[in-house]
Structure formats: structure tokens, C-alpha cells
Design a protein around this ligand. Structure first.
Ligand code: COA
Length: 331
């Protein structure tokens, strides 16, 4: 789905939360046969954050949400909707968004989760933008939150080096400050679903002693296959921006890509002829936090003053599903 209609919707504020505990590459090298020398050059990751045992995804999400609301000066009762993009919910149901709604006291907000793996935040933002543009809602909290460490197999060196925990929230409203959503593109190819998958725990393969014994409740990834598809698909999304919007890539102030692998991001930008410095990167400190990755980076870019009102920013994601998404915003 592509939408090149300009929407008068803007990000009023952002908030983020990273758990305190740091898991470094050196820590991982004591758990599996790996090393910083292998991990960093291949991924760009040096460390990632891990949630405390008593924290679940809704706790991280609520902390990020509180910050976004406080920065916008909006009371929780003023929210019309809470959308949580996550593939690591607290429970199968209720939705993590409902738990966040209760934690905030946002009693007037609808609340539901959206699962599009690493593309989830951009998917949710696009749905929220449509609801705001039609006048169905005035204030929507879009949250990306993950506790991937609970689904990570720390005996599998091919995957456990990649993932971390975290959350971030963006409060979206009908524009009052000149912000716009200029273009969004969302896509999927379910035939590649087995490339990134938690095989058991759902209706296809319910939890059993066997599934636990065989470690089938952890993420299984075919990393090299995903890598190749991700670079090509992200490049396609990037190259489509000028033809769909008339915006020259040189005029985009910042690209905020899903932080999957620094090599994927650099390869995409290089092949598009873009300055590598345009990409906001925090993968070295945060790792891959799936649906939380883009909003965490966005929140950091805003906090650091690297993104100002009026700047063009391009959000880009690729992940499990397979799914992909891009959104060109005037911040
Ligand atoms: N430490 C040391 N050696 C490792 C290792 C680790 N953590 N992980 C894999 N290796 C070894 C492999 O066993 C393999 O050895 P072999 O050739 O003797 O079999 C060798 O390193 C190369 O492995 P490969 O998987 O081909 O590495 P890669 O260069 O493709 O990098 C990823 C692996 C996972 C970093 C990379 O493919 C990637 O980032 N893919 C996308 C990740 C993804 O799916 N993210 C989620 C969706 S966004």
C-alpha cells in the first residue's frame, strides 16, 4: 500500500525508555562461542539493554509513554487511542496496549496491539495518521516496545548477539506546528514468514514439554537470507521516494532506519548514492529492538536537537513477516 496524499498530522512529542542492564559483546562471549571482534564488524553492535526480571513489555512501553505525554503537557484522559507495535507482548491477550492504557489511566483511549515485527512502528504510525486525518481522533499514542531478550536463545550465537530490549512512544496529533506525513508505504510478503519466526506457542504449535525441550519458543532467524532481502527491499523503498513524492533524496535531513545491522543500513545508503552520515544510528548501544528501534532512534535524534521542526525525516523498516515500511515526514 502506498499513500502519497499529504496528511496534516505531526509528532507532538516523543519519549523513550531503555532498561538499565547492559549486555556487552564481551558478556556474550562468556555465554556462547563469539567475540566483540566477530560481532562488531559484522553488525555494528557493541552492547544492548536487557529488561529486569520483573519488567515486561508494557512496563517499558508505559515508561516511554509517560515521558511523551509529559513533554506534550497532555493528560492521559486526552488520549483517543493507544497503538502498541510489538512482537513480544506481555501475554497472548490481553493486548499490551490495554495494559499500558491501565498503567497510564488513559480511560478514554481505545487500545490495541499491532504486530508487524520490526516494521510495526511505521505500520502503527500510518494507521494512526489515517485516523487523525479523518478526524476520528485528536491524540494518538503510537508506541514501539519489545522485550526480545525473553524470546532470544542465548545458546544460539547466530541470533543472540543481535537483540535488545526497549521502548519509545510518539504522540501524534492533527498538525498545529507545520508537521506533515508526506508519504507512506507498507508492504508484506508472507511467503518469507519462516525466515524470522518463533515456531511454537501459537495455535500452529501450542506449548508442550516437547516444544520447550526443543527450544521452539525462541526466535529462529535465517540471518544471511534476511540480510540480502532487507538490503534490496530497503533500497527499493528509498529509490521510490523521489518518484512518488518529488522530494530529492538530498533534501532529506535524516534517515531513521530500523537498527537491524549497520552493514544493511550502510549498504542501502551507499547504493542509493546517499551520504552515510544521514542515517541516525544507535545500534552500537541498543542493538536490534525490533518495533522499538525506529522510535527509540527518533526520540534520541529529537532529544539531541539533531531533528528540528520543518526537517524532512524518512523512517524505514524491514522485518519479520516479511514486512517492510517507509514514512516520509516533515517533523
Ligand atoms: N560469533 C562467531 N561466529 C559466528 C557467529 C557469532 N556470533 N554467528 C555466526 N558465526 C559464524 C557462522 O557459524 C559461520 O561460520 P561457518 O562459515 O564456519 O559456518 C560464519 O560465522 C558466517 O556466518 P553467517 O551467518 O554467514 O554470518 P553473516 O556475515 O551473514 O552475519 C548476521 C550474520 C546475523 C549478523 C547477518 O546475517 C544479519 O545481520 N542478518 C540479518 C539479521 C536479521 O535477520 N535481523 C532480524 C530482522 S531485521
Amino acid at each position: 500500500m502506498k499513500c502519497s496524499k499529504t496528511l496534516s498530522v505531526e509528532i507532538a512529542s516523543v519519549g523513550s525508555y531503555l532498561p538499565e542492564r547492559v549486555l556487552s559483546n564481551d558478556d556474550l562471549s562468556e555465554m556462547v562461542d563469539t567475540s566483540d571482534e566477530w560481532i562488531y564488524p559484522r553488525t555494528g553492535i557493541r552492547e544492548r539493554r536487557i529488561a529486569a526480571p520483573e519488567q515486561a513489555t508494557s512496563d517499558l512501553a508505559a515508561a516511554a509513554a509517560e515521558q511523551a505525554l509529559a513533554r506534550a503537557g497532555l493528560e492521559p484522559e486526552g488520549l483517543d487511542a493507544i497503538l502498541v507495535a510489538t512482537c513480544t507482548p506481555d501475554h497472548q491477550f490481553p493486548a499490551t496496549a490495554c495494559l499500558v492504557q491501565a498503567a497510564l489511566g488513559a480511560r478514554n483511549a481505545l487500545a490495541c496491539d499491532l504486530e508487524a515485527a520490526c516494521s510495526g512502528f511505521v505500520y502503527a504510525l500510518t494507521h494512526a495518521a489515517a485516523m487523525l486525518e479523518t478526524g476520528m481522533a485528536d491524540n494518538i499514542l503510537v508506541i514501539g516496545a519489545e522485550t526480545l531478550s525473553r524470546m532470544t536463545d542465548y545458546t544460539d550465537r547466530r541470533s543472540c548477539i543481535l537483540f535488545g530490549d526497549g521502548a519509545a512512544a510518539a504522540l501524534l496529533r492533527r498538525a498545529t506546528d507545520g508537521g506533515q506525513v508526506l508519504y507512506t508505504e507498507l508492504g508484506a510478503d508472507g511467503s518469507g514468514g519462516d525466515l524470522l519466526i518463533i515456531p511454537a506457542g501459537g495455535t500452529r504449535s501450542p506449548a508442550s514439554l516437547e516444544t520447550v525441550k526443543n527450544r521452539r519458543h525462541y526466535m529462529k532467524i535465517k540471518g544471511p537470507e534476511v540480510f540480502k532481502i532487507a538490503v534490496n527491499k530497503l533500497l527499493e523503498l528509498l529509490q521510490r521516494i523521489p518518484e512518488e513524492t518529488g522530494v530529492d533524496l538530498a533534501d532529506i535531513k535524516m534517515v531513521i532506519p530500523h537498527q537491524s545491522n549497520a552493514r544493511i543500513i550502510n549498504s542501502m545508503l551507499k547504493r542509493a548514492g546517499m551520504d552515510l552520515g544521514k542515517a541516525y544510528m544507535n545500534i552500537d548501544r541498543v542493538g536490534n529492538t525490533s518495533a522499538a528501534s525506529i522510535p527509540i532512534a527518533l526520540a534520541e535524534a529529537v532529544e539531541q536537537g539533531k531533528l528540528q521542526r520543518g526537517d524532512l525525516v524518512l523512517l524505514m523498516a524491514f522485518g519479520g513477516g516479511l514486512t517492510w515500511a517507509s514514512a516520509l515526514l516533515r517533523y
